[in-house]
Design a protein around this ligand. Structure first.
Ligand code: 0GY
Length: 289
């Protein structure tokens, strides 16, 4: 693992917030174990191992019922670790894959059978080499017949130039981490307003995730992220998802206590009704529907 790699919290606290029955951790990853599932040669970081067993133990400890496992960039387009975790979950985990434009229908069908429900298009330069838009569009056409959706990882400064492309995508598009706003600018800044306006289009969904990644004020309250996530939950309660982002790749300032991350939820989804949509109804519709 990289010398400055921060390993996930060894003993997170029990959340004070009681998750609704059937809650879904809709953004998390597995890393390796490298001895079984080697990391991709083209990766931009080398993490610690974070196995499916450890992920499922955390799920149970925090009070979640299900996971959506997003292919991590350290595994490139080799989806075996993620698919293995989905297959081992007894139907309690679905997956998001990373694929190239040459993916075949049979390969998609095989992943579909394992519980994969979409692909991730990653625009974050520190994580991946860039992919031509034509390739993304070709992939989108191939996954569409399977009812899959697209997860987009993008940072706020890149949003505006990519809006025509995002609107062109023929399936539902889910943004990771609210397209990573700069929270020091405030919710009324044009940067976040652009995202809020884009979300009016019912094709778009947002994960209101990663306060630990977006916050400048830091743990354990992540106060500066609250207005951003709360705005999106209040405006678009039927198109939001939440996840832990365990095992928290590439954090450098601190490693969050996953129990305290769960305690962040009622600050952004402030009623039982909103919490049930965010944690149960929405992910069940998108991933298990
Ligand atoms: C996240 C964020 C990050 C990494 C990845 O696949 C990944 O490597 O998603 C990041 O470094 O910002 O959502 O886990």
């Amino acid at each position: 693992m990289d010398p400055d790699w921060l390993v996930f919290h060894p003993n997170p606290s029990k959340p004070t917030f009681k998750l609704p029955n059937g809650a879904v951790d809709a953004h998390c990853h597995v890393f390796g174990p490298a001895a079984e599932f080697p990391f991709a040669p083209e990766r931009k970081y080398t993490p610690c191992d974070a196995s499916k067993k450890q992920l499922f133990e955390l799920r149970d400890f925090l009070g979640f019922s299900r996971n959506v496992i997003v292919q991590a960039t350290c595994h490139g387009k080799d989806n075996r670790a993620m698919v293995d975790a989905c297959r081992a979950s007894n139907g309690m985990a679905k997956g998001i894959a990373t694929v190239g434009k040459d993916i075949t229908e049979a390969e998609i069908a095989d992943m579909n059978d394992a519980g994969v429900k979409g692909v991730r298009f990653n625009f974050v330069k520190r994580l991946v080499d860039s992919t031509p838009k034509e390739d993304f569009l070709a992939i989108a056409e191939k996954i569409k017949p399977f009812g899959w959706h697209i997860v987009v990882y993008m940072e706020a400064p890149e949003l505006e130039e990519n809006i025509p492309f995002l609107k062109q995508l023929p399936v539902t598009v889910v943004f990771d981490h609210m397209a990573r706003p700069d929270v020091t600018l405030g919710v009324d800044h044009p940067q976040f307003k652009l995202f809020v306006d884009l979300m009016k289009d019912e094709k778009f969904w947002s994960k209101v995730t990663c306060p630990e990644r977006l916050s400048v004020t830091g743990p354990d309250t992540y106060d500066d992220v609250v207005p951003f996530a709360k705005t999106i939950v209040d405006l678009y309660p039927d198109r939001v998802l939440w996840g832990t982002d365990w095992p928290h790749p590439n954090l450098k300032s601190h490693m969050p206590d996953d129990g305290k991350l769960v305690d962040f939820i009622p600050r952004i989804a402030t009623t039982p009704e909103l919490q049930k949509k965010l944690l149960v109804d929405n992910p069940m519709r998108l991933y298990w529907g």
